[in-house]
Design a protein around this ligand. Structure first.
Ligand code: DX5
Ligand code: ZN
Length: 226
């Protein structure tokens, strides 16, 4: 995984057919996805439950690009090795998930993965000020985590502040929640480079009509480029 700030579209398989993940992953990659975003929820840190390490390991067999695993779980540290073994390329933990995010990011890198740190909408950019040399990606949540299909919360001021704090460091800014053709240009102008999109990619398509995924991805990318 080399670093660059080109726009990357990361469809969230939270909006895929849960009975058909393998074909869904292959369809979005064939249709232009740059990364595959995997939302892990524990019914405790967030009020919803998705899947754990064995399922993520099964997804890995189908991912040819980058498997980007977003942990919405607490605690995180006991599960880091399991997600490394499952084949995560990027593993993101929430700064709100526990008192020792610094240790968590060290452990993620120590297990051979890129380390991401996510910020809920109510958490200021300054929460990561002392973590920027330990992280490869800052995920700015533009919804309260837990569900797909929610309304975008404007965090462009936070993105701008992060972009300035990051400077020349090789740290991605990822946006997660409510990204579509209308909101993508706002966050990219503020400095984001990785756009997670669930409902806006999967809407209207299926594994039988994958070209709809392709059109949706292309539309977000074109809007983001302005
Ligand atoms: C929300 C998840 C997101 C979500 C995005 O808790 O982290 O990745 O799937 O879905 P949309 O794009 O529908 O807001
Ligand atoms: Zn996510």
């Amino acid at each position: 995984m080399s670093f660059d700030r080109s726009i990357k579209i990361a469809p969230s398989i939270l909006s895929a057919d849960f009975a058909d993940f393998g074909r869904e992953i292959r369809a979005i990659e064939d249709q232009g996805a740059d990364w595959v975003h995997v939302d892990v929820m524990d019914g405790h840190f967030v009020p919803n439950l998705t899947f754990g390490p064995p399922a993520v390991k099964a997804f890995r067999a189908h991912v040819k690009t980058v498997m980007d695993v977003h942990l919405m779980i607490a605690p995180v540290d006991p599960y880091i090795d399991a997600y490394a073994a499952a084949g995560a390329d990027v593993l993101t933990a929430h700064v709100e998930a526990g008192p020792h995010i610094h240790r968590t990011l060290q452990a993620i890198r120590g297990a051979g993965m890129k380390a991401g740190v996510a910020l809920n909408p109510g958490t200021p950019a300054e929460a990561v000020a002392h973590l920027l040399d330990l992280t490869d990606l800052v995920c700015v949540m533009t919804v309260n985590p837990g569900f797909g299909g929610q309304k975008f919360i404007d965090m462009t001021a936070k993105v701008r502040a992060l972009r300035a704090m990051i400077g020349d460091r090789p740290v991605h800014i990822q946006i997660d929640g409510g990204v579509d053709v209308t909101t993508a240009p706002l966050v990219v102008a503020a400095g984001a480079d990785v756009l997670v999109a669930g409902s806006a990619v999967f809407k209207g398509g299926s594994v039988a009509r994958p070209e709809v995924y392709g059109a949706n991805i292309a539309a977000i990318r074109a809007a983001a480029r302005g």
